[in-house]
Design a protein around this ligand. Structure first.
Ligand code: LLP
Length: 402
C-alpha cells in the first residue's frame, strides 16, 4: 500500500474516491497462473460484475482474459471493450428470452440455468451449442446472500431436471458442450470447492459432446492480516485429479474456465473518504466520513470487514472508533475498530474495495457517485469523472415544467 500515492490521488481528485492499482491485478493473475501450472488447458474469464469500468475491462482484456457476463449490458460492455465474443460467456438468471436472443445474435456463448429456458433455447436454436449451469447442492460462500450453489438457491439445474436435459442433448435438441458451476463468493472451506468440482465432473460424464467445464468464481482472499483464504494449491490439485480421471475415462481432453472477480481486483482497490467530524456520544466515538453505503455497501449489506487505514496519521496510537457514513439510516462501515488517532479532515482508506465497490454504488439520498482513478505505470489517471448535480436528473422528465 503506497500511502503517499493514495494521498496524492486524494489531493488531485478529491474524496470520496476509488483508486485502483493496476499492478496488483497483474500480481494476482500471476499467483493464479502459478497455482494452476499443472493444468494445461484453461482460460480465465474476469467476472465483469466485480469492477466494470471500461478502462479496467480493457486492461484485463489486454492481459488475455475472457469475460463472465451476467446481463446483456455486461455482454455489450465487454464487446465495446474489445473482448473476443468467443471468450465471453453469458450467464443470465431468469432473464427474458429476448436477452438471450440478443446475446446469440452478438455471437457470445450462452450458459443457461433452467430447464424452462433450455426448452425455449432448443426451439429457437435446435441442436445449437449451449452451456448448462449445474446447481451442485453445496452450501458455500461468505454469507447467505452470496451462497448460491445450495438446493434452495434459484441458480442452476438440480437433479430433478438433469435427466431431461441429458435426454434433450441425446435427442439433439440442444448440444451441451460446457457445464458450469458457481457455488458462491468468499468460499472459505476448500472442501466446499471440492464438493462442487467432484459433482460437476460426475455430471460431465453424462454429456456426449462435453468439451469445457467452467468452475465459476468464489476464491476467498484475505481481508486482513491472518484472515482465512482459499488454498489455491489444494483447489488446483483436486481439479487436476478430476481432469486426469476424465481424460482416462473419456479418452479426450477437457478445457477449463475460471471466473474470478474478487481474486483479481479486490486488493487492487482503495476507497478513500475524508473525516467530517469525530463525534463523541455516550457509548461510541463516531468517525463521520463524507460518504455512506451509497458509495460502498459491502460493510452494511454483508457485514464484511474492510481494513481502514488513516492515511493522514498512519502511525499514531490506536483508539476504538465506529466509522459511519452520512446516510439517513444505520450506515456503519466499522464498529469498535482500532484506527490510529483520527482527527477532523483526516483521510480514511478502506482496503480491498476494488471488487463490488463502485459497481454496487447508488444515488440513495440523492448523493453523487464518486470519481474513479487508477495507478498505471506510476501515474495516477482518472477513469471516471465523479457525478455532477445535473447527472441526478439525466433521463428524468419534468411533466410540470412551464
Ligand atoms: N461467476 C459467476 C456466475 C458469478 O455469479 C460470480 C459472482 C462470479 C463468477 C465471481 O465471483 P467472485 O470470484 O467475485 O467471488 N457482491 C458480493 C459478491 C456477489 C458475487 C456474485 N457472483 C460481494 O460483494 O461479496
Amino acid at each position: 500500500m503506497n500511502i503517499e500515492k493514495l494521498k496524492k490521488a486524494s489531493e488531485n481528485f478529491g474524496t470520496p474516491l476509488y483508486v485502483y492499482d493496476l499492478s496488483i491485478i497483474d500480481s494476482q493473475l500471476k499467483k493464479l497462473k502459478e497455482a494452476f501450472k499443472k493444468l494445461d488447458n484453461y482460460q480465465i474469464h474476469f467476472a465483469a460484475k466485480a469492477l466494470s469500468n471500461i478502462s479496467i475491462l480493457k486492461y484485463i482484456n489486454n492481459l488475455g482474459l475472457g469475460l463472465d457476463a451476467v446481463s446483456i449490458e455486461e455482454v455489450r460492455t465487454g464487446i465495446k471493450c474489445g473482448y473476443d465474443v468467443k471468450k465471453i460467456l453469458f450467464t443470465p438468471n431468469g432473464v427474458n428470452f429476448s436477452e438471450i436472443k440478443e446475446a446469440v445474435a452478438l455471437g457470445v456463448k450462452i450458459n443457461l440455468d433452467s430447464l424452462e429456458s433450455l426448452i425455449d433455447f432448443s426451439k429457437a436454436y435446435p441442436n445449437q451449442t449451449v452451456s448448462v449451469r449445474i446447481n451442485p447442492g453445496v452450501m458455500a460462500g461468505g454469507n447467505e446472500n452470496i451462497s448460491v450453489g445450495h438446493l434452495d438457491s434459484k441458480f442452476g439445474i438440480t437433479e430433478e431436471s438433469l435427466d431431461e436435459i441429458v435426454k434433450m442433448d441425446k435427442e439433439k435438441k440442444i448440444k451441451v458442450t460446457t457445464l458450469h458451476i458457481h457455488t458462491g463468493s468468499d468460499i472459505i472451506e476448500n472442501n466446499h470447492f471440492e464438493l462442487g468440482i467432484r459433482k460437476i465432473f460426475s455430471v460431465a460424464h453424462k454429456f456426449q459432446n462435453i468439451e469445457t467445464i467452467d468452475l465459476g468464481g468464489g476464491i476467498k482472499i484475505p481481508y486482513f492480516l491472518g484472515d482465512t483464504e482459499t488454498d489455491l494449491n489444494k483447489y488446483a490439485e483436486v481439479i487436476y485429479e478430476e481432469v486426469e480421471k476424465f481424460k482416462l475415462k473419456k479418452g479426450k481432453d477437457i478445457k477449463l474456465i475460471f471466473e474470478p472477480g474478487k481474486f483479481l481486483v479486490s486488493d487492487s482497490g482503495y476507497f478513500i473518504t475524508k473525516v467530517n467530524y469525530v463525534k463523541k456520544s455516550t457509548k461510541n466515538t463516531f468517525v463521520q466520513v463524507n460518504s455512506g453505503f451509497n458509495h460502498f455497501v459491502r460493510p452494511t449489506l454483508y457485514k464484511s470487514y474492510h481494513e481502514i487505514v488513516n492515511l493522514s496519521n498512519p502511525n499514531d496510537k490506536k483508539f476504538d472508533y465506529s466509522v459511519v457514513g452520512y446516510i439517513c439510516e444505520k450506515d456503519t462501515f466499522a464498529e469498535n475498530r482500532e484506527i490510529s488517532k483520527v482527527s477532523k479532515g483526516d483521510l480514511l482508506c478502506f482496503k480491498n474495495s476494488g471488487a463490488y465497490g463502485f459497481t454496487m454504488t447508488s444515488n440513495y439520498n440523492s448523493r453523487l457517485k464518486p470519481t474513479e482513478v487508477c495507478i498505471h505505470k506510476n501515474e495516477i489517471k482518472m477513469i471516471r469523472e465523479g457525478e455532477k448535480f445535473d447527472d441526478l436528473f439525466r433521463g428524468q422528465i419534468d411533466i410540470f415544467s412551464e
